[in-house]
Write a protein that binds this ligand. Structure first.
Ligand SMILES: Cc1cc2nc3c(=O)[nH]c(=O)nc-3n(C[C@H](O)[C@H](O)[C@H](O)COP(=O)(O)O)c2cc1C
Length: 307
């Protein structure tokens, strides 16, 4: 009992919660607000890079908009990001606005726990050896966690070129609905990044939540290509048009034709359109959200199913 009471005083919440959600995950809405105008961007904003932390959207929202995240059922404000306009990309006559995240705050924990938890999290980030923490300042990771208030689905991305094959997990992905694009933000150090820019197509396998351990194991393929599809711990099947091996047990396999790619800071930002979409099963997909978001839901309900 005493231990339970003491835990939040000495241990930070986990930064990320891995949760099981049946798609589409629309429990949280995202709204861009500028000069008294608002636009729902729940399905029209994605992370384009981590350093600097950049958000992409098809909505032109002025120089300094705010991005609000609210619980869809209650309308309660969960967090806000302050954005500053950086640039626009024009692809197939559609414009994509890029916004630098300059500040942010969440409302999932009450004061003083919110400030104390942030201090504990920042302290453990400074001590950790993960490549993400080497890349990003703790303040930027805190802002990234706010962007994860909209739970992010996890896919395995398959790359199949004549001399290079690979499959690795991604969650910095999502639709830019008004422009009809789907985006991927891949660290430019990824071993398949240049092949993807040349081959211009990939297959995305929506991963069932129970396959989390395998998905995490495959993160090593961000650094090392796959030697042989038969070495994978699960069966694959060819994707519909390009014949790229995708996960046979996936909930859904979508083929993305890549129309544009460019480096934005630490990441390569890919924009593409789906050319096929095969739904194989209903069920819960692996998602990531912020740990403080799950803490909020455990208190006010309904909590996400943890995996
Ligand atoms: C579930 C999951 C999703 C990931 N999503 C992305 C992504 O969208 N973009 C990216 O560049 N890297 C992504 N990564 C890779 C990690 O950010 C990291 O580079 C990789 O796990 C190697 O980490 P390490 O250098 O700390 O060992 C993902 C990893 C995992 C496990």
């Amino acid at each position: 009992m005493l231990k339970q009471w003491l835990r939040p005083l000495v241990r930070p919440l986990p930064q990320w919660s891995t949760v099981a959600i049946a798609p589409p995950s629309d429990v949280v809405t995202a709204t861009l607000c500028w000069h008294g105008k608002t636009e729902d961007v729940t399905r029209d904003h994605t992370v384009a890079a981590l350093k600097p932390l950049v958000i992409a959207t098809s909505v032109e929202a002025g120089q300094h908009p705010e991005l609000e995240y609210r619980d869809r059922a209650t309308g309660v404000l969960l967090g806000v990001l302050q954005l500053t306009r950086m640039a626009s990309l024009v692809v197939e006559e559609r414009s994509i606005a890029l916004y630098h995240v300059t500040a942010g705050e969440h409302c999932c924990l009450r004061w003083p726990r919110r400030s104390w938890n942030r201090w504990l999290q920042n302290r453990s980030m400074r001590k950790a050896s993960s490549s993400q923490y080497a890349l990003m300042e703790p303040a930027a990771v805190q802002q990234l966690m706010i962007a994860y208030l909209c739970p992010r689905p996890v896919v395995l991305v398959s790359v199949g070129a004549p001399a290079h094959q690979n499959i690795f997990p991604m969650d910095l992905i999502g639709p830019l609905e008004r422009s009809g694009f789907f985006s991927l933000a891949l660290r430019s150090t990824n071993v398949s990044q240049s092949v993807m820019r040349e081959a211009r197509h990939v297959a995305l396998s929506g991963m069932p939540a129970q396959m989390k351990p395998i998905v995490y194991r495959l993160s090593e393929h961000h650094k090392h290509p796959l030697t042989d599809w038969s070495a994978l711990p699960f069966p694959v099947r060819p994707s519909q048009q390009f014949g790229i091996p995708a996960v046979a047990a996936a909930l859904r396999v979508q083929e993305l034709s890549i129309l544009h790619s460019e480096e934005i800071g630490s990441h390569t930002f890919f924009l593409g359109r789906f050319v096929s979409d095969e739904k194989y099963a209903d069920g819960a997909q692996l998602h990531h959200t912020a740990g403080f978001h799950q803490a909020y839901r455990l208190r006010y309900g309904p909590p996400f199913v943890m995996v």
